[in-house]
Design a protein around this ligand. Sequence first.
Ligand code: PLP
Length: 361
Amino acid sequence: MNRTGPLPAESLRSLVRVREPGAEDDSLVRLNRNERLQPLPEWFLERLRSAVASELLTGYPVADRVYAALAEAVSLDRSQLLLTPGSDAAAKALYHAYVEPGDGVVMLDPSYAMYRVYAEMFAGEVTAVPFENLDGIDVERVLAAIRPGVKLVMIANPNQPTGTLLPEDALLDVVRRALDVDALVAVDEAYYPFSGTTILPHVAEFPNLVVLRSFSKAAGLAGARIGYSAANAAVIDDLFKVRSVHDVNAFAMACAAEVLAHPSVIDDYVEEVRRGEQVLRERAAELGLAVPQSYANFVLVDVGARVAPALLVERLRERGYLVRGPFSTPPLESYIRVTLGPPAVMEGFCAALAAAVESGG
Ligand SMILES: Cc1ncc(COP(=O)(O)O)c(C=O)c1O
């Protein structure tokens, strides 16, 4: 780009702006962002409305109430927890606090796209461990990538967009190996409520383990921007140092506190997603489309034998549905990624999918 005026830091010069969702998507059903696809219950919204007193907006946020609820929910001390504006902000803070130019960063490939963006921003050297198939990642290859010089290992579990899950034993091997080379392991559990599998109880045991959680997915608070990290108090202190002050807003904290007080908001939605997944699996089987196992609120659908994924994504958009794809990273070239929601949403989508596939895409 031709520009005048001051240049940004060297590591930013080749970075491009991430695309923001735009209003042109408003009339479409968004099965492309892994958001909650069912409105929050009316009684819950009513509680949030009554939480909006003037002082909530006029004063700087006070986090005591939500930290107390969180500490109780996850059986950790407040010193082991840090609220962030989404789990994404925690991922960025990890790079900011731990990665210096040239330091090694290990991640799965494909995985949550921002891990690479932040690596570039902080000039980390990425080692990406590829998926050979969608049965899961080979943990031996992850272990082999964790060599001296690696400072950070980012593992989304379940991983996105693959939907795969590393079992606890394998993750603990990764954490131990990382400890040998003085690296931090971040296990990003943004989709935890859907998998029901967590490594969080182990943060007390390992000084190099940090677990990231999000209220954006099952709890349905993507717009409020709130998540948290759980780790050894020293790691939490480091993350605290790089955050911008008052970064989590008071309304987001009030929303999260209500979710923590009413876990049924999450549990009921997880159940809806399971039922919706059943619908999608049945319809996909009728269409002869394979849907690998997923531990999150999205699935990959192998459409490639019937229609080019790029074309299908376009045809689905014309029929009112946004999905993610096409993918260029192996082994995803023949897949689209579809966010799961309640059965009614999945029924509508499956009708559109059948029409789009049967019309030759
Ligand atoms: C694996 C993973 N981690 C983190 C995030 C970001 O979530 P949040 O809204 O909490 O920042 C996402 C969002 O899609 C994700 O897929």
